[in-house]
Design a protein around this ligand. Sequence first.
Ligand code: BT5
Length: 329
Amino acid sequence: MERPAPREAILDLFHHRGDSFVSGAELSALLGISRSAVWKQIGVLRDLGYQIEAIPSRGYRLLTTPDTLIAAEIQAGLSTRLIGREIVSLPRTDSTNQRATELAEAGAVEGTVVIAEEQSLGKGRLGRRWASPPGVNLYLSVLLRPPILPWDAPQLTFLSAVAVARSIAEEPGMAPEVKWPNDLLLGGRKVAGLLNEMRAETEGIHHVVLGVGVNLNMTADQFPADLRYPATSLRLESGRAVCRSAFARRLLGHLDALYDEYLQSGFEPVRIAWEAFFRLAGCPVEVDCQQRLVRGTVRGIDSDGALLVADDSGRCERILAGDVRPLAP
Ligand code: BT5
């Protein structure tokens, strides 16, 4: 990995120092840049919305932080074991999943996170698009190299769903619901989407990229007009803005803990955790499986994550992929 940009290193030091001053000489020695270059970087940070006090005899001190998704901002106070030990934050990119895949191919460490303020070509499933306006939401991808067989990889979608659901549930008054297989809903509206992509050979997985998009502070006019399902954001539901870097930190913490548990104990604890956010068990649904429509009553999910839908005669079908639509009882 490249050395962190001076800006990131300065923020890192500020966070370590808390309320204390950091002298210009110290910053210049630490970063190996001149004192005027330090001053220039302080100017860049101020332009980004950081309030930094400068006193000639004492140095610099961080007063307030804007809600930007800069690696040093997310890493401050992050106590994960694996996920987020490298964070690549980008002001704009085509797709964080794309960037994470490239980093994976180049040998990036497991747990690397790519996060962007904006995506120009955010990906959904089956070639669909994920609306990704700047500065309001969370678009992130996590690189994993799990020691599992390729056909077990879909289980990781449930893992990210639980992590997102837990993070949302920690916001006051929010009761998220998971929608099989890769959506999260608030009040029946889509608030987050998951897209996992992998490279594997028959004998094992090369890497998996967990893509997570969460609508945090998006406003109603920022949603595209042609959405397949009603959508919402945390802000629209609660009337309050969410601190994106704090949310990202929480999400990475949940992902880290769940991944650890998954590696130790397998899919079952993740499946049970997922079911706690699943409200469609026992409900009539229609599942669009591309080639065919399945109608019936949801019985739950199988030990491998397949959706179990029973028809009128009680015959249960295992569905591996499809779009679920609840039907009126
Ligand atoms: C998904 O696909 O829900 C997966 C979305 C994953 C996005 C993340 S962002 C970070 C990472 N990098 C990427 O490039 N992607 C991942 P799907 O189930 O196919 O849903 C896509 C459909 O949801 C679209 O066709 C729209 O109808 C709708 N949609 C698009 N943007 C939306 C948004 N921001 N909120 C709610 N619905 C949206």
